[in-house]
Design a protein around this ligand. Structure first.
Ligand SMILES: [Fe+2]
Length: 256
């Protein structure tokens, strides 16, 4: 039966133009393209293939960010740069208009605080660094470690906050943002690739304007397949992202 009290659905904003690729981002700032150094690309051949396919999707600027994670990936600046060099040299020949720089995705733990940070990080953009925290729960020293990063003049970008499902209070992320911690959305989160709860978190964070940057966090072919299909299959999401105002472009000024 018709009821005058029935709640009207929120009006859906419809795309007003067709988004064909990811050139609206200006570049990617989170990926695992350095071959053989973490759980990302394992071979130079795959890395070149991934870059080439992202290039065809409109991404020409890359900051690639292998894990530096004491317990799991015993990487450091010298190792990252040494493993990155063949990729950089290969792309200079095959894609001379691509700009690519290696940095890292730093796992914030005691090892980072004691062993990694004191030796200096690999910043990009305006002294930015990409950091991540545990998927299992907040590190008890999280605030102390984050403060140490900032006290060393780095500007931290927290990778994929939507994936830290143990934190349900958006206010916690708003507080971090107010303390100068920037945030990065994973493209695949908003697609639901990591599950419905993470997708919902990402939608909330987009609505609250918590994000500053958007990255692919590309590790392998499956990730690429989903990203590649977005212009065909997820036009509404892609349009919303293109309207959001991510600041990725600001990060590439130093490498252009
Ligand atoms: Fe990552």
């Amino acid at each position: 039966m018709f009821s005058i009290f029935k709640k009207k659905p929120a009006p859906q904003i419809q795309p007003t133009y067709h988004v064909t690729d990811f050139s609206f981002l200006g570049g990617d700032m989170h990926s695992h393209l350095v071959p053989g150094i973490d759980d990302g690309s394992q071979t130079l051949e795959d890395s070149v293939k991934f870059v080439d396919q992202l290039y065809k999707l409109g991404i020409k600027n890359f900051i690639t960010t292998p894990h530096i994670h004491g317990e799991m990936y015993d990487n450091d600046t010298n190792k990252v740069q040494a493993y990155f060099l063949p990729l950089k040299e290969s792309l200079a020949i095959s894609h001379p208009d691509i700009h690519i720089q290696a940095s890292a995705e730093y796992f914030l733990d005691t090892y980072f605080l004691k062993e990694v940070l004191p030796k200096g990080l690999m910043p990009f953009g305006n002294n930015n660094v990409l950091v991540e925290t545990s998927m299992a729960g907040w590190n008890r020293q999280f605030n102390e470690i984050m403060f140490a990063v900032q006290a060393n003049s780095y500007k931290p970008i927290l990778a994929h906050p939507e994936r830290y499902l143990y934190e349900t209070e958006m206010q916690v992320f708003e507080n971090l943002k107010n303390k100068g911690v920037m945030m990065q959305l994973n493209l695949l989160s908003i697609l639901g690739y990591y599950g419905k709860s993470i997708k919902i978190n990402a939608e909330k964070m987009l609505a609250l304007k918590l994000y500053d940057y958007c990255g692919t966090d590309l590790h392998h072919d499956r990730h690429l397949g989903h990203i590649n299909a977005m212009p065909e299959q997820n036009q509404e999401i892609l349009w919303q992202l293109s309207e959001y105002g991510f600041k990725n472009k600001d990060l590439y000024n130093n490498i252009l």
